[in-house]
Design a protein around this ligand. Structure first.
Ligand code: NAP
Ligand code: GLV
Length: 318
């Protein structure tokens, strides 16, 4: 009896040696039956035979050099950079959909929603001014949190917010039914959601349709005094328009984890703006072990069935 050994999995990423070693060790632990080799260690023949590349910010030339790839498995959830850099000739791109990441994101959405609900930005300001001024308590059930995006992360956030007593609404591209969540689609649906939400949480992918979505017109549709949390991608929000809306007092606060340029330019007005909380893109980082387990499961299913896991639809861009 003879066995045909599967082709090695190729790891491709632009990172330092320590990070690469850490990824390789974690992936090998999760897939002991697979051979996993960094792209640079393979000769041209092996690169041509490669079927699966596991990638973290790869050099697009490395991916183009592997002509037989069945799919590329990203170690990040957001793949706009990969989609853009690999272009239309790219092999199918599988993004990271990790229940553990969804839990961490839901925790962050709840934490920063409570931060706003409990008026922490105002109390921080009052402390700096040595001012003792209790504000009225707002019950979670009097507040509507509007989620832009009801995918892997948005759906998990919705359920965590509901558990905490908030009212939840959500907007997605296709119609969705989620228990106790008022759902919206389309242009008018977005207007309706923005108008009724006390806090808007952006969990959209960055695509041609969502780039610049939250500009002056949409920000003006938000409920007066509402707050914005952007955990999706920076360019979905038009930075100058957001600053104007905060300066005018139309919006009360913005919690921003993602920016047009990262790291955020030291000259950015966001740093010192009293209405802005700046986070260094930390809300739901990839966890090496749980991400490797997700990749292992997708690879094993592919080995057994030949089916490519659910992947980015080129026309939608996510
Ligand atoms: P996902 O499962 O693909 O969900 C995306 C959601 O956005 C879906 O509900 C989708 O609608 C909706 N959507 C996309 N385009 C739309 C449009 N034009 N109009 C209305 N709705 C639209 O993605 P995910 O896993 O939840 O991740 C979302 C994003 O979070 C990622 O792309 C990434 O940028 C960001 N992220 C950030 C962090 C961080 O640490 N800050 C961590 C991980 C991910 P349908 O349901 O109809 O498809
Ligand atoms: C983080 O932002 C990711 O997309 O995984």
């Amino acid at each position: 009896m003879s066995f045909v050994l599967p082709e090695p999995l190729v790891f491709a990423g632009r990172m330092d040696a320590a990070e690469e070693a850490s990824w390789l060790a974690t992936l090998r632990l999760a897939m002991p039956a697979e051979t996993i080799a960094p792209f640079r260690a393979l000769d041209d023949d092996a690169r041509q035979r490669a079927e699966i590349a596991i990638v973290a910010n790869p050099d697009p030339a490395d991916i183009a050099a592997m002509r037989g790839l069945a799919f590329v498995h990203s170690l990040w959830a957001g793949v706009e950079r990969l989609v853009g850099e690999l272009g239309p000739a790219a092999p199918p791109i599988v993004r990271l959909v990790d229940p553990s990441m969804s839990r961490v994101m839901a925790e962050a959405v709840l934490a920063w929603t409570h931060y706003l609900q409990r008026d922490m930005p105002a109390y921080a300001r009052q402390q700096r001014e040595r001012r003792w001024a209790p504000l009225p308590y707002r019950k979670p059930e009097t507040m509507i949190v509007g989620l832009l995006g009801l995918g892997a992360l948005g759906a998990a956030a919705a359920s965590r917010l509901l558990d905490a007593g908030f009212r939840v609404a959500g907007w997605s591209r296709s119609p969705k039914t989620l228990p106790q969540v008022e759902t919206f689609t389309g242009e008018d649906g977005l207007s309706a959601l923005l108008a009724k939400s006390d806090v808007i949480v952006c969990l959209l992918p960055l695509t041609a349709e969502t780039r610049g979505l939250l500009g002056a017109r949409r920000l003006a549709e938000m409920k007066p005094g509402a707050a914005l949390i952007n955990f999706g991608r920076g360019p979905i929000v038009v930075a100058t328009d957001l600053i104007e809306a905060l300066d005018d007092g139309r919006l009360s606060h913005a919690v921003l984890d993602v920016f047009d340029e990262e790291p955020l330019d030291p000259a950015s007005p966001f740093w010192a703006h009293p209405g802005v909380t700046v986070l260094p893109h930390i809300t739901a980082p990839t966890d090496y072990a749980t991400a490797a387990a997700v990749v292992a499961s997708n690879v094993s299913n592919f080995r057994l069935s030949g089916r490519i896991p659910q992947h980015v639809e080129a026309a939608r861009g996510y």
